[in-house]
Design a protein around this ligand. Structure first.
Ligand SMILES: [Zn+2]
Length: 316
């Protein structure tokens, strides 16, 4: 249950209250100070709470020239975010107790008579619980994206289509799904980790800092060796060998014997692909750095950006 409404004008913000057109003064609990010039207010309801997101325009001083620091990031459901620099940034997982509580709340809702007052209460309790989990995921995504963009100017992600990964495991009549139970578990885990959220937050934070962020085709990045660059299928003489991903977290190259955590191996392959992309971007841009994705969205921001003075949109 998520509804929202945007007020592009007709609002007044004070320290402890907010005035909205047609609604009048409302009590406001500000979670941080409003900086810059407010441009709109978006009011939303989540799990029985009302939230006001205040978008502001803030003049940024030109991003300081930083040493180029490149990183590849493997986002996966088991570990969270793993970098080519062997950093592991974990995500909170739904605990077994929370899964039980979720099941309890769902069952309780199903038992209530339609249209009854008790059913409404049960629905609200379930929505509150979902909202709590969503807040925790969002928080963790903020922490991870902050760490990535603070330590690196160039960040490469795999272009994983979340929709493919969470697509129904049940399959169709013609093609019944395999591993239904395992994939259902995987879906839940993906929703725990929210890779899409981490990537989109990293993109805009990188753009604020004048960095670059790319998504690369990640096929075989978990099977290829990041040390020798090889894959058994590259050559007819090694074609019979299995690839090096011998366990969920273990990679041993059948060609050169290199041994490394499987997620770090994938992150290093992603970095190599990202480097190729950045090199190509630099050539086409005639040496000037290019923001490859995300970031400055408004026209004013783009104009300001060309004068080496970015504009930041933030939700307070
Ligand atoms: Zn190798």
């Amino acid at each position: 249950m998520h509804e929202s409404c945007r007020f592009p004008q007709g609002f007044t913000i004070e320290r402890h209250r907010l005035k909205l057109a047609k609604l009048g003064w409302l009590k406001l609990t500000a979670h941080r100070k409003v900086k810059g010039r407010p441009t709109s207010v978006t009011v939303s309801r989540e799990g029985g709470h009302w939230y006001a997101a205040i978008a502001c325009e803030v003049e940024l001083s030109s991003p300081q020239r930083r040493e180029i620091a490149e990183v590849g990031v493997d986002l996966n459901v088991a570990t969270g975010a793993v970098t080519s620099g062997a950093q592991i940034l974990p995500m909170p997982r739904t605990s077994p107790e929370e899964m039980r509580q979720l099941a309890r709340l769902q069952k309780s809702l199903a038992r209530k008579k339609k249209g009854s007052r008790n059913r409404l209460k049960a629905r609200r309790a379930l929505a509150r619980f979902h909202a709590k989990l969503a807040r925790r995921r969002r928080n963790a995504a903020h922490v991870i994206s902050h760490q990535l963009t603070e330590q690196h100017t160039h960040i490469a992600f795999e272009d994983l289509r979340l929709t493919n990964m969470t697509a129904s495991a049940r399959g169709t009549v013609e093609q019944p799904g395999r591993n239904v139970a395992a994939k259902a578990g995987l879906n839940r885990a993906i929703l725990d980790v929210s890779p899409g959220q981490i990537r989109s937050m990293t993109k805009y934070k990188a753009a604020w800092a004048g960095g670059e962020c790319v998504e690369v085709d990640a096929r075989h990045t978990s099977q290829r060796c990041s040390e020798c660059g090889g894959h058994p299928r590259d050559d007819a003489t090694t074609n019979h060998l299995p690839h090096g991903r011998v366990a969920r977290d273990r990679f041993v190259c059948p060609l050169c014997g290199h041994e490394v955590h499987a997620d770090i191996n994938a992150a290093r392959n992603i970095l190599a692909l990202g480097r190729a992309r950045w090199a190509a971007l630099r050539t086409t841009a005639g040496g000037a750095p290019v923001a490859a994705c995300g970031g400055l969205s408004s026209k004013r921001a783009r104009e300001a950006g060309s004068k080496d003075q970015g504009m930041k949109r933030l939700a307070a």
